[in-house]
Design a binder for this molecule. Structure first.
Ligand SMILES: [Zn+2]
Length: 262
């Protein structure tokens, strides 16, 4: 028995995901049940089945998170992904922006309290974790009053020269949650803190508290009244954390620190 991180009851805990299993399954199915893992620190590039589980939630809370957040989010992201593959980057899906932001907040909260190494960069102070938890527990309609959320679709503009990633490959990119304090220009860090994750080829950001209007009018930000979600494309080489990890993965591979076969 242990304490459930959400309801605080003494219960047997599940092996809980932070990034929903549904995102990993689609990828591992294509690779004989394996995921290619690039460790952030020391360690070899390797195939694994580790999708970042940790003993976190009791069964009742696990079911609640599945029903309210993970199920709808996985379905929406997969539909959005398919539409982009078919219609291009102008594709939109009908989905509640508040529900989208709250579902992402639930992933970020689980990542911030997960003990799994995959989420080592998602840890935040107790104060910040509680701010995130209150988004998860609060009314869905109020979520985007308390935070700002943006979603961009990654794309590889080298694709036209046939040496970049197709959208089919982009949709298999997952990058675990990372947390950071926001700062603008050279100014000191602000009161805002942010989380980011890449899943199903979408780069998702959440900032708490809600950003000033001048910031949240940038491309990709969800507007509480606009239920037709659009993910403007962003070149994946312009997203530095992803680039750094891919470059490091390649460097490790070339350096022989890899168990992948050619
Ligand atoms: Zn519970």
């Amino acid at each position: 028995m242990a304490i459930c991180a959400y309801c605080w009851n003494d219960r047997e805990l599940c092996a809980s995901h932070s990034i929903p299993d549904g995102f990993f399954k689609a990828i591992s199915r294509r690779n004989n049940g394996k995921l290619i893992t690039i460790p952030g620190g020391a360690g070899q590039v390797h195939l694994s089945q580790d999708s970042g589980k940790a003993d976190l939630l009791c069964e009742a809370c696990e079911r609640l998170f599945n029903r309210r957040f993970d199920g709808p989010l996985v379905n929406a992201m997969k539909l959005w992904d398919r539409k982009i593959q078919q219609e291009g980057f102008s594709a939109r899906i009908a989905f509640s922006p508040n529900q989208m932001a709250q579902s992402l907040a639930s992933i970020f909260w689980r990542a911030s309290v997960s003990g799994n190494d995959m989420y080592a960069h998602a840890r935040v102070s107790m104060h910040d974790a509680n701010a995130l938890l209150s988004l998860v527990q609060g009314e869905e309609e109020a979520v985007l009053k308390l935070c700002s959320c943006s979603i961009r679709r990654l794309k590889d503009r080298r694709y036209k020269n046939h040496d970049g990633f197709t959208q089919d490959v982009v949709s298999q990119i997952i990058m675990p949650v990372s947390a950071h304090r926001l700062s603008w220009g050279r100014k000191k860090p602000t009161v805002y803190f942010g989380f980011s994750v890449v899943l199903q080829g979408f780069l998702c950001h959440l900032a708490i508290p809600r950003l000033p209007a001048s910031k949240r009018n940038a491309p990709g930000f969800l507007h509480p009244k606009d239920r037709h979600l659009h993910a403007p494309p962003m070149h994946l080489l312009d997203y530095k954390p992803l680039m750094d990890s891919m470059v490091m993965g390649l460097a490790k591979h070339l350096d022989g620190q890899s168990t992948l076969k050619e």
